[in-house]
Design a protein around this ligand. Structure first.
Ligand SMILES: Nc1nc2c(ncn2[C@@H]2O[C@H](COP(=O)(O)OP(=O)(O)OP(=O)(O)O)[C@@H](O)[C@H]2O)c(=O)[nH]1
Ligand SMILES: [Mg+2]
Ligand SMILES: [Zn+2]
Ligand SMILES: [Zn+2]
Length: 218
């Protein structure tokens, strides 16, 4: 039987090479349309969606057209939040997969009206482990960690933090209630990733959102 067009049945090294090729393909497609894209990763409930919505409001006020991809295992909750915030949005359900990959994102890029947006936020599935192994073809990677996850999150997930461009330490408004010092997370991150940028955010109030955008080049 001839292989189907998108069958991926390869060993680990080939798989990684294939991921890089697909990511490069996405990158070229986005660049071809003049879209800057960001992979927003982080644990479940860390505040990825709310931070993206807050960044989008600031960017919209500056005349920047924003789109978002809602990556979730199931459902359309985040997709609807993006739509309600006025973003060009797409929903990407992964089913049994706990991360986005360049292949799935590539199909969404075929559908999204990329000529109507300047910036694309791709919200990954809530997970601090395997999204680190799947490049999507974005310009930069953001990880959101909230203080409510504990002060040891960076040490427990060194891979994703070591390779990310910007760390948003979110829910700092709750730091005192959960007895977590956000500076501790920032210190661990700087040790792992001396070139990464760190910003303290409280997405509910919008604190830190301008600084986060500045770290992304806006
Ligand atoms: N107090 C406080 N609550 C926040 C903050 N950021 C997000 N939240 C709340 O935390 C909950 C989760 O936020 P989301 O933005 O949905 O988190 P998420 O990372 O997108 O979650 P998943 O997509 O399910 O992984 C929501 O009820 C938010 O209102 C913050 O800075 N402070
Ligand atoms: Mg979300
Ligand atoms: Zn396919
Ligand atoms: Zn996974």
């Amino acid at each position: 039987m001839p292989p189907r067009m998108h069958d991926i049945h390869l060993d680990a090294k080939d798989l990684f090479k294939r991921q890089l090729e697909l990511a490069e393909h996405n990158y070229q497609r986005l660049k071809g349309r003049g879209v800057r894209a960001f992979n927003v990763m982080g644990a479940i409930g860390s505040g990825k969606t709310l931070l993206i919505v807050q960044m989008a409001q600031v960017l919209k006020a500056r005349g920047v057209r924003v789109g978002a991809i809602a990556g979730d295992v199931a459902g359309d909750d985040d997709y609807r939040r993006f739509r309600e915030a006025g973003l060009v949005a797409a929903n990407l359900n992964t089913g049994d997969q706990c991360h986005l990959d360049a292949h799935g994102v590539g199909h969404v890029l075929e559908e999204l009206p990329l000529n109507e947006i300047d910036v694309l936020f791709i919200e990954n599935v809530g997970n601090l482990v395997c999204p680190a192994d799947f490049p999507l073809g974005t310009d930069a990677d953001v990880v959101v960690v909230s203080v409510t996850e504990g002060d040891d999150m960076v040490r427990k997930h060194p891979k994703i933090f070591a390779q990310t461009d910007v760390l948003a330490i979110n829910k700092v408004d709750l730091a005192a209630f959960v007895g977590v010092d956000p500076h501790k997370l920032a210190e661990d991150y700087r040790k792992l990733n001396p070139h990464g940028k760190v910003v303290f955010t409280a997405a509910r109030s919008g604190r830190g959102v301008d600084e986060l955008l500045a770290h992304l080049g806006f």
